[in-house]
Design a protein around this ligand. Sequence first.
Ligand SMILES: C[S@@+](CC[C@H](N)C(=O)[O-])C[C@H]1O[C@@H](n2cnc3c(N)ncnc32)[C@H](O)[C@@H]1O
Length: 253
Amino acid sequence: MVNESKYELIIGDIFETLPIKTEERLFNLIIADPPFGISFNKSSHEYGAEEYDLYEDNFTPKTYFDFSKRWIQICYDALTATGSLYIISGWTNLEYILNAITKTEFHILNHIIWHFSWGVYTKRRFATSHYHILLLVKNKNEYQFYKQNDGDVFFWPEYNRGNDPHRIKGHPCQLPIVLLEKMIQTSSSPGDLVGDVFSGSGGTILAARLNHRDVIAFEIRKEYEPIIRRKAHFGKPVSPPTKQSTLKKYLET
Ligand SMILES: C[S@@+](CC[C@H](N)C(=O)[O-])C[C@H]1O[C@@H](n2cnc3c(N)ncnc32)[C@H](O)[C@@H]1O
């Protein structure tokens, strides 16, 4: 019988809260799905979420780059020497994220495309149907990686930001649990500490609990706390993890 993992939600700005938490224990894996910063390029319709004004992320290209550089560096400092960071990004601000990474000591191991379908039809351009996921490691010679013979394009036909059996009301752009589980299962071990520096709806807490990892998620907006607690089943048991092999079989048939 595997022990129940420890899980915690920290409400506050990661620039203050993450360094304090790091003094207690370093993270083996961090997942980061940062604010889109799309108000300055008006591409919010690209990503399939409905209520962008909820984010109030009034960045300019310069401030988005500075913000990215700062949070990527504090994630670097918060990881163990063999730790990994996954960054999820749309294409519109990817250049600022990639430039920010070059200002740190991270190595980019993979540039993954997460292809999704969400039934939007466009007449004057191709409909956006992918996100970028960057897998970064601190030490390119020593890191955890438990999946082999798998390509760098992820696709689950029935899951996207707006469609997932675990999705709940109240947060506009939730990552599907299968995606979070895939990152957790690939780059950490049971008993490890996983972090999510932009928690949103709290899916990473649920995915980590399902996979027996300890987890700390950070969210600046207090009003998301009840949503996170509900989605991650705070105080209640959780069911077994999703088997990626089963999903693969489904895709092959
Ligand atoms: C794109 S959403 C994450 C969605 C999440 N992956 C999910 O599946 O629900 C980004 C989240 O980061 C939060 N956030 C933005 N700036 C933050 C900061 N400085 N510290 C902590 N959280 C922050 C926002 O309030 C928002 O909920």
